[in-house]
Design a protein around this ligand. Sequence first.
Ligand code: 4AD
Ligand code: MG
Length: 462
Amino acid sequence: MKHTDIIEVLTDREYVGKEVTVCGWVRTARDSKNMAFIELNDGTCLKHIQLVIDKETFAKPLAEFTKLGSSLKVTGTVVPSAVAQDGGVEINVTDLALLGACPEDYPLQKKRTSLDTLRTMPHLRVRTNTFNAVFRVRSVLATAIHEYFQARHYVYVNTPIITGSDCEGAGEMFTVTTHSFEDAANYKSADEFYADDFFGKSAGLSVSGQLEGEVAAMAFGKIYTFGPSFRAENSNTTKHVAEFWHVEPEVAFAELPDIIEIAEDMIKSITKAVMERCPAELEFFEKFFEPGLREKLQHVIDSEFEVLDYTKAIEILESAPVEFKFPVSWGCDLQTEHERYITEEVFKKPVFVINYPKEIKSFYMKQNPDGKTVAATDLLVPGIGEIIGCSEREADYNKLLEAMRVRNMNEDDYKDYIDLRKFGSVPHSGFGLGFERMLMYVTGVQNIRDVILFPRTVGSIR
Ligand code: 4AD
Ligand code: MG
């Protein structure tokens, strides 16, 4: 269907005075005695274009074209807007064609429907301004991530989604099986059950591409993955989903301070890209979601992120003048309330907490000489808490094996991974950025369910 994107008509002065054809959905309509006005949106930008219809010269009855949600094909002349002072344009309509009617039971009738209500209609909520803005920023952010790594000689690799090994070792994997419910009765043990399953052993959806990413980094030096990860954790919070997109760079010849530098530089670079490329969207989010958003993002770009030792973080939390729901002592994992206190109340900027106790972190992290901590860091940001999990990896064959034995892990499942420490092992580090959490941070949207097309959470899928 030959037509012009509405963003082109709105932004390119060349169209003024010319005839164009645009397509889109009716967002609002006003009918007065002599004139009718329709605001049309085609999704190419946040702004709608105003259609002006002179009822005296326009032959067709208008009622069917002005219903919210109807889709139209419109031809007319682009003219400077009669009211807007900013050089805006509108279309004096000469012809309208109804592509798809939209009856009165279209749920998006009210000007503002709550996010809670919108979540019950994921197939329609994308047609609102909020989701129009969220998904354009999401697209720009994803592109900026690729650009960041591509410009710095990283190889983009795609790691498997179905895996035989649990990267984080926390038992939060979804099982992948072709057995049915009835089959289970035919087997005496789990081992027998899985031995007879599709892969001949138990398999699951990957929680992280890191282990395979390390394999690739030992050949290509610098790699990154950008794909879905799955977590079967029973966390019904505003920042957990069962399926999220995960950005995981893995860098050979990098120690913890090096990977921290990379993570900080990447966060700044992709934040800058969103600020430059999505001014209208950020203005919208600032107005409706987070006052001061753009100033916050500028501060992220300009400030030096804090690097804070875990032990120091515990001291700060222990002497904090607030009552936490989860008590704090050396050795405990930081809860969201602790993370937010550190980054929101104390430092008011992103904070890398480094050197966590080894007991609360994963087997693959490099053990520090103190025997108690690992060279790991989480990046905490105001409003959310952790957005990045990061570490230098244990590159020593014997120390890695020992860490696995302490955790009763099955070495056979990780044979390839252990081999990396045998054949030309090098210091290396990597991190995982939760893409949706980053998106929440740059948009100010507070529920992760509202930055994903079809969120999957405990007890909810459609
Ligand atoms: O901290 P995590 O578990 O780290 C890893 O998976 C490492 N293997 C990463 C690496 O070093 N390559 O997860 C990394 C990030 C978290 O900081 C968080 O932003 C995001 O992934 N994340 C989730 N996002 C949404 N919903 C969930 N259930 C998430 N779980 C983790
Ligand atoms: Mg983590």
